[in-house]
Write a protein that binds this ligand. Structure first.
Ligand SMILES: Cc1ncc(COP(=O)(O)O)c(C=O)c1O
Length: 359
């Protein structure tokens, strides 16, 4: 067996230890005689797996007791609709910060339900986020939505927007669990699992109690936070195997020092890669220094004609899924929690060697 270093933006690499544990438990989970995949979600075995995963996530993120934690389906994209459906609560408008591709999708969906005020925006072609002072927030908005980390552009907020009494909503899909977060600043935190939590198919939603219970007319039961919370995320059959794997990832995080330790490692990994890019005359990252993502690092080569060669040779060196998003071009290295420092170093070494031969 030979494993590669996988820089995919998502679905992304999972910790090898977690995959091995899942493999060991595949046929017989802890003496139950069956795979987690085969268990009733209402049986005591799966109920214990689900409860442990929630408890571990609460501990890792220090989630206050007045927040519900939901393990849903539908991806982060379904939250683009669930957020307005549940948070409008009779109000006519919501504030959105538009920093890139994922913000735009969230805004497009919200416009189906309310008036959207774009209260801050990254100008087209720029790689930055609007400053805290420049945000034109509306005190009567139902909520303020932003994307702390834009997975495609590789930009992240160096600050948490201060929304006052207006509930703050964050699409944490590509940054959740990468460092400690003060959950109490948020009304809702949501994330598709397939980057830093587990496999695709699971969506984690952390929602403050007082924002649950009132929906816009016609909201499907599956999209109602209250119904999902009352049913402990088991209103219908939940994504059981994804939930279990997420639980294994949470245990792995706890064994490895939790989110403080993750933050230190992630910062080191990102700093090393950006230093390699900046130190070369061959590679370029377009993002303003203060907004550079720790998780997704886009970069271009001096000659785009060398892109295909770079990708082929990187693959031969065991470094895969480095092709950049079609809207940005060049390369993108996603270096989530499961990417070891050795993987980032292998990429840096390959880049230096490639530059030497082609620069
Ligand atoms: C920041 C962000 N938001 C939303 C999404 C969409 O997530 P999903 O595919 O789970 O709907 C992604 C997926 O890459 C993302 O990176």
């Amino acid at each position: 067996m030979s494993r590669v270093y996988n820089f995919s933006a998502g679905p992304a690499a999972l910790p090898e230890e977690v995959l091995k544990q899942a493999q060991e438990e595949m046929l017989d989970w802890q003496g139950s005689g069956m795979s987690v995949m085969e268990m009733s979600h209402r049986g005591k075995e799966f109920m214990s797996i689900a409860a442990q995963a929630e408890a571990d996530l609460r501990e890792l993120m220090a989630i206050p007791d007045n927040y519900k934690v939901l393990f849903l389906q539908g991806g982060a994209s379904s939250q683009f609709s669930m957020v307005p459906m549940n948070l409008l609560r009779g109000k006519a408008s919501a504030d959105y910060i538009n920093t890139g591709s994922w913000s735009k999708k969230a805004i497009a969906e919200a416009k189906k339900y309310c008036q959207v005020s774009v209260v801050g925006e990254t100008p087209a072609g720029e790689f930055t986020v609007p400053s805290a002072e420049s945000l034109k927030l509306n005190a009567d908005a139902a909520y303020l939505h932003y994307t702390p980390n834009e997975t495609i552009q590789g930009i992240e907020f160096p600050y948490v927007p201060a929304s006052g009494d207006v509930p703050l909503v964050g699409d944490f899909s590509s940054t959740i669990l990468s460092r400690p977060v003060d959950v109490s600043k948020y009304g809702v935190i949501y994330a598709g699992a397939q980057k830093n939590i587990g496999p695709a198919g699971l969506t984690v939603v952390i929602v403050r109690d007082d924002l649950v219970g009132e929906t816009v007319a016609g909201t499907p039961a599956m999209f109602d936070y209250q119904i999902q919370a009352d049913g402990e995320s088991m209103y219908n059959t939940p994504p059981t195997y994804g939930w279990y794997l997420a639980g294994l990832v949470f245990q792995w995080l706890k064994r490895n020092g939790g989110l403080t330790a993750m933050a230190e490692t992630n910062q080191r990994k990102a700093a090393a890669l950006y230093a390699a890019i900046d130190g070369s005359g061959f590679y370029n990252n377009p993002v303003e220094l203060s907004c550079r993502s720790w998780m997704n690092v886009p970069f271009t080569l001096a000659d785009a004609g060398l892109d295909a060669k770079f990708l082929t040779e990187a693959k031969e060196a065991g470094l895969v899924t480095l092709k950049g998003h079609r809207s940005v071009g060049g390369m993108r290295a996603s270096i989530y929690n499961a990417m070891p420092e050795a993987g980032v170093q292998a990429l840096i070494d390959f880049m230096a060697d490639f530059e030497k031969r082609n620069g």
